[in-house]
Ligand binder design. Structure first.
Ligand SMILES: CC(C)(COP(=O)(O)OP(=O)(O)OC[C@H]1O[C@@H](n2cnc3c(N)ncnc32)[C@H](O)[C@@H]1OP(=O)(O)O)[C@@H](O)C(=O)NCCC(=O)NCCS
Length: 165
């Protein structure tokens, strides 16, 4: 997908270090991800190139569902746009492209935990109680060093079902 000088494409192993550096730029907003985690999940990353360099990224993770193995949720995570490229539609284009990939899987819902609910609302995401996302809370938040509980964390949980937004 291309717009202006921006091209969104599937990430390759050669992008892993650039993705690692991009995520590390936002320690307040994003959970850090080891390079090994990025490499092992590179097929679940998109990057946005601008002027031949990686300037944005997004990824997703399939969350297991107890009792509903054929109907899992998918979490969008690690959305980051290089500060020099913010405000030019790159974040929006990355989310749109990620939703396109995820929607083809027909998940029961797409979720996100975010400090920026207004950014996600136009895509159909709506706030949901964190209790509804217990798998995510267990898997993603159990190692958090910032907050003692997901319920004291100020991030907003949001969800939507592709095709029903
Ligand atoms: C959030 C982020 C990805 C947005 O990327 P971006 O390329 O600057 O965003 P865009 O230019 O595509 O903006 C799209 C729209 O969202 C709005 N927007 C951008 N950042 C926003 C924010 N932090 N909160 C609310 N709205 C926001 C823009 O005003 C724009 O609205 P418009 O379409 O009505 O003009 C980027 O600021 C970033 O990397 N932030 C740090 C990491 C982070 O917070 N990631 C999200 C974690 S869930």
């Amino acid at each position: 997908m291309s717009a202006g000088d921006q091209t969104i494409r599937a990430a390759g192993f050669e992008d892993a270090e650039a993705i690692f550096r991009l995520i590390k730029r936002y320690p307040e907003e994003l959970l850090p991800r080891p390079l090994s985690d990025i490499v092992q999940n590179i097929d679940r990353f998109l990057v946005c190139e601008a002027a031949g360099a990686v300037a944005g990224t997004v990824s997703w993770q399939i969350l297991p569902e107890i009792g509903a193995p054929r109907d899992p949720s998918v979490e969008i995570k690690s959305l980051a746009v290089d500060p020099a490229h913010r405000g030019r539609g790159m974040g929006k284009a990355l989310i749109k492209a990620a939703i396109g990939h995820i929607a083809a899987l027909h998940p029961s819902q797409v979720i996100v935990l975010t400090f920026h609910p207004d950014f996600f609302a136009p895509f159909g995401f709506r706030p949901v109680p964190k209790e509804k996302l217990m798998h995510k809370i267990y898997m993603g938040c159990v190692n958090c060093t910032k907050y003692d509980s997901p319920f004291t964390c100020p991030e907003i949980a949001m969800a939507f079902t592709p095709g029903r937004a």
